[in-house]
Design a protein around this ligand. Structure first.
Ligand code: MG
Ligand code: MG
Length: 267
C-alpha cells in the first residue's frame, strides 16, 4: 500500500533528512586512506545520535552497523569493520536515520584519495542518473518514468543498471511501497501525486548488471568483479515538484567536481 504523506509528515522527514545529510557530508570529508570502514561507522552513529536521531540500519533485519560501506565491486550492503581504505578505492556509503518516527535514507560514492579516470566517470554518471530520476518525480508522471530516465542515461555511457535491487517508498518504515526500479520503459506504474515520498537510488556498474550475494548474507557484489557506484536521496513530491529531503549543504555537483583522476594528477 502506498502512503501519501501530509505536509506535517514531510516536514518531520525534512528535519530527519537534515541529520542524514549532515552526517553523510561529514563522512565524505572524513574519508581517507588508512582509516577503516568501522571508523566511519562509529563517526556516523555518533553524529546521528548527537543530532537526536537513531541509526535506522542498526539492527534492521539483524544488520550490525549504522552505515553500509561498500568498496569497489561491492554494490551495496557492505558491513563496516576492520577493512582499511586504500588509495584508489571506490567507496559507497549508505546511511539511514529515524527521527520522530520517520526515516530518511541517502547514499553517495566517493573516491578514496586519487582513483582512475574510469572510476571518476562512473561516479559522475551515477550521480547524474540520480538527478535525472529525481527530475521525473513530477505530478502526473508515472512511476516507471524515473527508472526509464536512469536506465537511458546509464546505458548511453555503456554501464549496467543493477536490477536485483531497487529504490522504494519511505516514511514510517524504511522500505514502503512502491518499489522503484532503475530500469524499464516510460509510462508504466502508478501516477505520481503530491505527498508521495520515495528513496531513489540508482546502482550502476561498469560492466554487467548481474550481482551476487556473499556468504555473509548481506554483501552484494558485481558478478564480473567490476566497479559499481550508488547514489540515493529521499525525495518528497510536493505541490511545487520534487523536494530532496536529504540534500547536503554544499551543491550536489560540487560534491564531485573537485575529484581529479590519477592521470590528471600526474600530468
Ligand atoms: Mg540507502
Ligand atoms: Mg534505500
Amino acid at each position: 500500500m502506498i502512503t501519501i504523506k501530509s505536509g506535517r509528515e514531510i516536514e518531520i522527514m525534512r528535519r530527519g533528512g537534515k541529520i542524514t545529510a549532515r552526517t553523510l557530508g561529514m563522512l565524505i570529508r572524513a574519508v581517507r586512506p588508512g582509516m577503516t570502514t568501522g571508523d566511519l561507522d562509529r563517526l556516523a552513529e555518533r553524529s546521528i545520535r548527537e543530532q537526536g536521531g537513531e541509526p535506522t540500519f542498526k539492527g534492521y533485519n539483524g544488520f550490525p552497523a549504522s552505515i553500509c560501506a561498500s568498496i569497489n565491486d561491492v554494490v551495496v550492503h557492505g558491513i563496516p569493520g576492520d577493512r582499511v581504505l586504500r588509495e584508489g578505492d571506490l567507496l559507497s556509503i549508505d546511511i539511514g536515520t529515524t527521527f520522530e518516527g520517520y526515516v530518511s535514507d541517502s547514499a553517495v560514492t566517493v573516491p578514496v584519495g586519487t582513483v582512475s579516470s574510469g572510476a571518476i566517470r562512473l561516479i559522475r554518471v551515477t550521480q547524474e542518473c540520480l538527478m535525472l530520476g529525481i527530475a521525473q518525480m513530477q505530478r502526473g508522471h508515472r512511476l516507471s518514468d524515473i527508472g526509464h530516465a536512469v536506465q537511458q542515461h546509464a546505458e548511453r555511457h555503456g554501464y549496467g543498471v543493477v536490477r536485483a535491487l531497487v529504490g522504494h517508498g519511505i516514511g514510517q518504515k524504511m522500505h514502503e511501497d512502491p518499489q522503484v526500479p532503475n530500469f524499464g520503459r516510460a509510462g508504466d506504474g502508478v501516477v505520481l501525486r503530491p505527498g508521495l515520498c520515495l528513496a531513489i537510488e540508482p546502482m550502476i556498474s561498469q560492466g554487467t548488471f548481474e550481482v551476487e550475494m556473499l556468504e555473509d548474507g548481506w554483501t552484494v557484489v558485481t558478478a564480473d568483479g567490476k566497479l559499481s557506484a550508488h547514489f540515493e536521496h529521499t525525495v518528497a513530491l510536493t505541490q511545487d515538484g520534487p523536494r530532496i529531503l536529504t540534500l547536503r549543504d554544499i551543491l550536489e555537483h560540487a560534491d564531485v567536481s573537485h575529484y581529479r583522476p590519477k592521470e590528471e594528477m600526474a600530468a
